[in-house]
Every structure is written in C-alpha cells, then in structure tokens.
Design a protein around this ligand. Sequence first.
Ligand code: NIG
Ligand code: FE
Length: 419
Amino acid sequence: MSNSLAVINCSQVVTLSGARRPRTGGDLRQLAIIEDGGLFVRGDRIEAAGRRKQIEDLIDGDCEVIDAGHRVVMPGFVDAHTHPVFAGNRANEFEQRTAGATYRELAARGGGIRSTVRATRNASISELVKIGKHYGEWFLRGGTTTVEAKSGYGLTIEDELKILRAIKRLDEETPLNYVPTFLGAHDIPFEYKSRRHMYVNLVINEMLPRVAEEKLAEYCDVFCETDVFTTEETWQILSAGRCHGLGLRLHADQLSLSGGAKLAAELNAATADHLEHTDTEGIQALKAAKVQPVLLPGAVYALGSNRYPPARQMIDAGLAVVLATDFNPGSSPTPSMTAILSIACTQMKMTPAEAVTASTINAAYSLGRGDEIGSLEKGKCADFVIHDVSDYREFAYWFGIEHPWRVYAQGKLAFSRVR
Ligand code: NIG
Ligand code: FE
C-alpha cells in the first residue's frame, strides 16, 4: 500500500498556519485559507498544503489521490476539555431538569457527579474501554481527532487508576488521540462528606504519587467551586500536582464567582476552564499570567442557563481563547465541536473564524501540542478532516448535523461517510 496521500480539489484548505504561538486578538480571525488547494501527506506527516498545481506536482506513481469534490479541508478539531470515561448516563436527571430541578439540587440529593461515580465504580476496565470506544467514535465522526480526557468518576485510588488506564487503552487501541488529565478532585465522595480534608489528603498523598509513578496523566485538574473544592484546597492539590511534573488546568468560576480564574493565574496554570462567572479582574489576571481560557458553552446550553462566559471581553483583553465540548453525562452531553461552534457564534458572538481557531490551533497549544497538531503545516501530524461544505463558515451555520465526509488521524482514514 502506498504511503503517500494527496487530497485535491478542495474548495478551501483551512491551514491555520502562522506564528508558532496561541492566537490572540485579530490573529484569531486569520485562518490562512488556500482557495482551490490541496494537501500532500507522507506517512503520518503533512508534507505540503498548497495550491492545486503545487500538490499535483508532488503526485507520483503510488500516491493515493483523494478528490475532495470541492469540499473544505481543515485540521481535526482538538477538544481540550472532556470527561469521556464513565458508565451509565443521566437521562433521568435531564428529564427532572425539564420539570424544574436544578443541576445543584440534583447534586445535593446524591445525583449529579456522584450518581455517575456509583455507576463507574461498578464497571470493570474492559466495560469502560468498550463504552469509551463507543463515545470515541462519536468524536471522530464529528471531526475531532484529539481529546483531552479527564478521570474523576472514580474518586478512590483504584477507580481513578482504572479510568486513567482505560484512557491509555483508548489512546492505544483507537485512532482518536487522548491527552490524559487526573481529576481525582472532581467531587468529595459521599463516604468522605464529613471529613473532606481526609479526601484532599488522599488525593495529594496517595492518588497523585501513583498517577505520576505510572505516568498516567499529563495534567492535573480540580473542580474549584463553592460546595465542591475551595480555592485553598485547589491550591494544595494543584501545587502537589505540579511537584509531580503535571501541567495544571482547573474548573473555575462555573457556577459562581469563586476565585478560580485568579487562582489559575497565581498558579500559572495552562488553562482555566468554564469561567461563566469570571469578572474583569479575573480576566486581567488570566491575561497577565498568559493562562488560556477554555470556554465550554455546551454546559451552559445543556443546563438551560443563559449565562455564557464573556468571550468578546476575553478576546478584547487579548486572551488566547479555546472552545471545547466538556463532553460528560451531566452538564454537557455532546461530543460535537460543530455544535459548540454554533453556540459560540450565536450566543457568545464569536465570529466563525475565531471559533475555528479556538477549537484547533489554540486548543492544541493549551495541551502543549501546538507544534504537533492544530494546523495544516509541513511536518505536523496529518490529522485532518474533509468537511462536506464548501466554506468554513458553514460549520457553525448549518447546525444540528455533522459535516465530516472523511476524517484522517495520523495520516490514516479514521471515519468515512458511506457516500
Ligand atoms: O465540567 N463541573 C464539573 N464537572 C463537569 C460536570 C460533570 C458531571 O456533571 O458529571 C463539568 O461541567
Ligand atoms: Fe468539565
């Protein structure tokens, strides 16, 4: 079989090539599009993105040639915030929320994260891998080729390790690329309810060392929120994570202004995620510390709220915004990046170009992979998607359907629509 691949006849090759850094301000709108172009791939690497003639000149005898049929080619989406390994689902709570129950009320009654924890503790690693593969296919067929993947539905040493080992297997056994994050501090498990400091100690003194020793995570995350982990506890856990060589991310200011953004800045975290309630001071702190905000409008939408994070204010302040799904069975049950792009444009007034940058190259930088993925440039990993549209603005415009016609991960076909 040939090891080179040419994609020709593309209406647009959305390369996102440019400065080797996360994009801010006006650069968020620069997609470096090549009209009527193509892509040349050798093995798992991009050799060229260029005009039709340039790509055609590279084609030799055993090159596989794909006629894109005047469709759009762009990098695979990089989904920088997901919780993709869990058992069961919470359709029952979804129904209760339609009758007026709130996310917090359900959590206070032992539902919410804790109900998924119960189901996930009862599942074996092979069951979790099987379920995870099912969701992994959802991501791929939506055009996502890399996901950041958090643990956090185990909340015991063995169950957290089980989830992280499942993530490792999913990374090895499927075309989707997983970047693992340890989120042992996702909630206080019910058995520690009256002795929360003991749980914080368990995370710091027992879970983190094991996770680091087995090299099961690249990042450490904490759900910093009123009634969940305080800023002081979050500081302790993330500081310990850093000592173990992990990068830092945190769930910040999602349900209330609880100081998460400022803490992320103080800790020089890679990202502060959610930020629905972050104020101007918090935004300035993120800017000063170059922390990337990861906005998760799917969680606002699916919780039936209308309090979206202030994306425009963040862009005006010069932040390198990222968009992600927050895929999970509670607050954001969607793996679809194009659904997120639609919400980002209609509800947060990001432009279609800003939304594309935020979900590809900026997301890649937030995961420490800006040199490897997120744009179509020579030498980068050949993760790309041929979308069944002729203009990139259509991703966010036609909503409720998935656009990918072919998805390639590391130069190999990972999803193909039948026709
Ligand atoms: O990012 N905020 C905390 N964690 C998830 C929700 C997880 C769940 O509801 O199961 C989030 O929204
Ligand atoms: Fe989350």
